[in-house]
Every structure is written in structure tokens, then in C-alpha cells.
Design a protein around this ligand. Structure first.
Ligand SMILES: Nc1ncnc2c1ncn2[C@@H]1O[C@H](COP(=O)(O)OP(=O)(O)OP(=O)(O)O)[C@@H](O)[C@H]1O
Ligand SMILES: Nc1nc2c(ncn2[C@@H]2O[C@H](COP(=O)(O)O)[C@@H](O)[C@H]2O)c(=O)[nH]1
Length: 424
């Protein structure tokens, strides 16, 4: 069975009624056309509004895009076919922009594949998660319907590194050394915080210093991978902070507290988790005081929290590695060894070119998790491959960040030779 065969797909009457209830008018022709198969492809070219409908069990997911001048926006609504009512879901993740239309295909793993029309390959593949483990968890937490966007990325990426440990243990010092020695290899995930900047701390470099109300709005808008209240302030990692570093080909380093590490562990981000311990509690206290960045009251608060963090950090299942930061140089060497041994665990596949422009007229799924996209066009205008194969068998990550590990190749080069395919 192929990806779409496994999913329970309905088409027909319920959807048309849904449209009629919504619009108070007759169902448009493009929608009716989309009902006779599992591949609704919709584009209402006159109004510049684009809509597709995908039925998953008892619900119909309606994805609407519209253009307003240079702006474009995309919205998701759900029609509950049992109660015959519309539901407005909480939408998490970063949405696609600049749509000139889209096509959809229901996949078997709780995702809807969305392909933007007339768009370069590196921005045309998107996933709307409607029933993945992440979305199920969020539905429980938020008590609403939830859908979550993620952008599909061709090729794999280096695993991010989460570094945690009590305040003053030396996380920042170790990370700075790593970034200084390997500037092209590692990139820092710049967190958001509501705490005030310390002397010499720069906005956008050490943190994005922000107001609580703004950060809370961004959290509600699904822009954060994780967030936590730490020592009385709000701290959080935005999805973009991690994905921008990873997109640049660098290994992303997150310096976050234990609560944040737990949230990332529960997310779809496939990371390596390292906990840094002090040689003793007394030494931790000494380092924190010697740093001289906190008031006595703040030092006391951080030390109180440190006891709980040390217990949590050592609890089984959360961290992959524990390093003791006694002598700085020794700890740094151990960290480098550990990262080097983990580096080769995943063979990285990077596409050689992403120039292809895709203008999909039809999508088909294949039993082996390969999706055929009909009618690709070359961005340079030189070639017009008619068939692009999208291989989704090795997906990694997912909402609310990127879905990586996609592979793509054109079929036109079967005639040309090497193994019958040309990898992008
Ligand atoms: N191995 C070490 N031996 C002695 N001092 C150290 C060692 N590692 C770091 N330090 C010092 O300890 C202080 C705290 O280090 P650092 O600021 O890196 O901690 P941190 O874990 O990042 O703290 P926070 O979580 O509060 O940001 C700094 O003054 C740093 O120079
Ligand atoms: N959960 C998160 N914790 C974070 C993040 N950024 C930093 N931190 C942690 O906060 C404390 C205090 O940091 P400080 O700069 O005020 O000393 C420390 O443990 C950091 O690891 C984040 O984005 N999320």
C-alpha cells in the first residue's frame, strides 16, 4: 500500500455541503473536480484565491491562500463532517508565504504535503501536520484543534547540540571556545529573553532582548520551539533561531536550561543532549559570585534552582552525555571528542543544486514513499523536465521546525545514463 492508500480518505458530498454552508453559494467547479480523486488541486485563477480540501477521517482540512498585492497569506480551516461545523485551529510553526497556488496530497503519517506552484524547489515543499505525535500532544496541551506547518528541506543536516547545566557551571565559556575554534562549523542559537542585558551583552548576538508581552504573543503564535521561566525571567528558543543556523549548514548549539532541554527532547528536533556538571556545589557558588553579573539576591535564587537542576540533569533518559567541568581545558577537550564521535553517526546528504523551479500540475504517490510531481520547469528556462520524484522515505524532524531528509530527482535523465536518475 502507498502513502495515500493507507490513509482513510473520503471525497464527495460532505465536502460540497461544507463549502455551501461556508460560502452560501454553489460549490465552484475546481472544488467539484477535486472530489473525484485523492489529489485535490485547486486554483481559482480569476480571484487569485487558492483553495484545497483534504479529508482525513471525519475532518476536512481546507487550506486557503490568497494574494493581496505583493502580500500573500495562507489559512487553514477544519470542517467537522460529524457535527457539520467549522473549527478554527491553533496554527503552529512558520507558514509558507508568497503563494501563487498550491497542490495537496494526503500522506499516511498524519501529514498533508503541500507543494507551492511556480516556485523554486528549495521553497516549494511544505507539510501541514494534522495528526502527527507533535500535533496530538499540542491538542492535549492547548485543548483546541491544532495544525502545524513545517518546511520540507532537500538533504539532511547536522544534528543540533543542546547544552544544559546550572547557572555558572561554564556552559557559555565552553560554547564560546567551540565557536572561536570552529567558526564555520558551529553556530549559536540566539535565544529570546525578558531579562535585562548585562554589560557587554549585545541584542541579537547574545540574546534577543525582548518584552514579556511580545514574547508571549510570539509563543502563542507558535514561533517557539521551547520556552521556560528561568530564575524569574522568560527565556525561549525560536524555531527560526535553530533553523537559520541549520539552514546555513552549521551545527546549531543551544544553551538552555533543563526545562527547555526536556521540551526539546519531547519535540521533533533530533538533537544530542549534553549536561554540564560542576565539580562541587561550592565551586559552582564561587564561579557564579566571581562572575559578578548578578546581585546577591539573584545569586541565591540561581543557587537554589541549581540544586534541583543538578538532580534533574542526572535523571535517566534526558541527557545523552554528562561532562564535569572541573579543569576548563580538560572539559573542553572532552566536549570536542564527544562531538567528533557523534558527527559521523549520520551521513550527510546535501543536494548539488536547488535551481529547479517546480510548477506542479499533478501529484501521484507511489508505494515506496516516492511522490511523482508532474511538470517541473527549469528556473533558467533551459530545460523542462516533465517528472520530478520526491522521495519522502527518510524524513527527519518536522513541525514546528523543518522537515528534513527529502530527496528529489528528475526522471528525464533515464535516457542520459548514470543509474537512470539525476539527483538534485
Ligand atoms: N572550569 C572552570 N574553572 C573555573 N572557572 C570557570 C570554569 N568554567 C567557567 N568558569 C568561569 O565561571 C563563570 C561562569 O561561567 P559561564 O558564564 O560560562 O557559566 P554559564 O553556565 O554559561 O552560566 P549561565 O547559565 O548563568 O549563563 C565565568 O566567570 C567563567 O569564566
Ligand atoms: N529554556 C531556556 N533556557 C535558556 C534559554 N537561553 C538561556 N537559557 C538558560 O537560562 C539560564 C540563565 O541564563 P543567563 O544568560 O541569564 O545567565 C541558563 O541556564 C541558560 O542556559 C532558552 O532559550 N530557553
Amino acid at each position: 500500500m502507498g502513502p495515500t492508500d493507507e490513509a482513510k480518505i473520503h471525497s464527495g458530498a460532505g465536502l460540497i455541503e461544507a463549502r455551501l454552508i461556508l460560502m452560501g453559494e454553489e460549490a465552484p467547479e475546481y472544488l467539484l473536480n477535486s472530489l473525484d480523486g485523492n489529489l485535490p488541486v485547486a486554483c481559482d485563477s480569476e480571484s487569485k484565491d487558492y483553495q484545497t480540501s483534504t479529508v482525513v477521517d471525519d475532518k476536512t482540512y481546507v487550506v486557503e491562500g490568497s494574494e493581496d498585492g505583493d502580500e500573500s497569506c495562507i489559512n487553514v480551516k477544519i470542517f467537522d463532517n460529524l457535527t457539520r461545523s467549522w473549527l478554527i485551529p491553533t496554527v503552529l510553526g512558520i507558514k509558507p508565504v508568497q503563494l501563487k497556488g498550491h497542490s495537496t496530497l494526503l500522506l499516511s503519517n498524519g501529514r498533508i504535503l503541500i507543494v507551492k506552484r511556480d516556485c523554486p524547489l528549495d521553497d516549494c515543499i511544505w507539510f501541514l501536520e494534522v495528526d502527527t505525535p507533535f500535533v496530538k500532544d499540542q491538542k492535549k496541551i492547548l485543548g483546541t484543534e491544532v495544525v502545524a506547518w513545517s518546511k520540507g528541506v532537500i538533504g539532511s543536516a547536522p544534528k543540533p547540540i543542546v547544552i544544559s547545566g546550572p547557572s555558572g557551571v561554564g556552559k557559555g565559556t565552553l560554547i564560546n571556545k567551540l565557536m572561536k575554534e570552529f567558526p564555520s562549523k558551529y553556530g549559536f542559537s540566539v535565544s529570546h529573553t525578558t531579562r535585562a542585558p548585562r554589560e557587554k551583552e549585545l541584542d541579537g548576538v547574545h540574546y534577543h532582548f525582548t518584552e514579556r508581552s511580545l514574547m508571549e504573543k510570539d509563543i502563542r503564535d507558535g514561533k517557539f520551539l521551547e520556552f521556560a521561566s528561568v530564575h524569574g525571567n522568560l527565556y525561549g528558543t525560536s524555531i527560526e533561531a535553530v533553523e537559520a543556523v541549520t539552514d546555513s549548514g552549521k551545527r546549531c548549539i543551544l544553551d538552555i536550561d533543563v526545562q527547555g532541554a526536556r521540551s526539546v527532547r519531547a519535540s521533533s528536533l533530533d538533537a544530542i543532549f549534553i549536561f554540564i556538571c560542576p565539580p562541587s556545589f561550592e565551586e559552582l557558588e564561587e564561579r557564579l559570585r566571581a562572575r559578578g553579573t548578578e546581585t546577591e539576591e539573584q545569586v541565591q535564587k540561581r543557587l537554589r534552582n541549581a540544586r534541583a537542576e543538578l538532580d534533574e540533569g542526572r535523571s535517566p533518559g534526558l541527557f545523552d552525555h554528562i561532562l564535569v567541568n572541573d579543569d576548563l581545558e580538560t572539559c573542553y577537550e572532552n566536549l570536542k571528542k564527544l562531538l567528533a564521535s557523534d558527527e559521523n553517526a549520520d551521513t550527510l546528504y546535501q543536494p548539488t543544486t536547488k535551481n529547479l523551479k517546480v510548477d506542479v500540475s499533478r501529484m501521484e504517490s507511489r508505494a515506496d514513499q516516492k511522490i511523482l510531481l508532474h511538470s517541473g520547469t527549469d528556473g533558467t528556462g533551459v530545460k523542462v523536465p516533465s517528472l520530478l520524484v520526491l522521495d519522502i522515505s527518510s524524513l527527519k524532524g518536522g513541525a514546528p521546525g523543518r522537515t528534513r531528509g527529502l530527496n528529489a530527482y528528475t526522471i528525464e535523465s533515464i535516457r542520459d545514463g548514470v543509474n537512470g536518475i539525476k539527483q538534485l
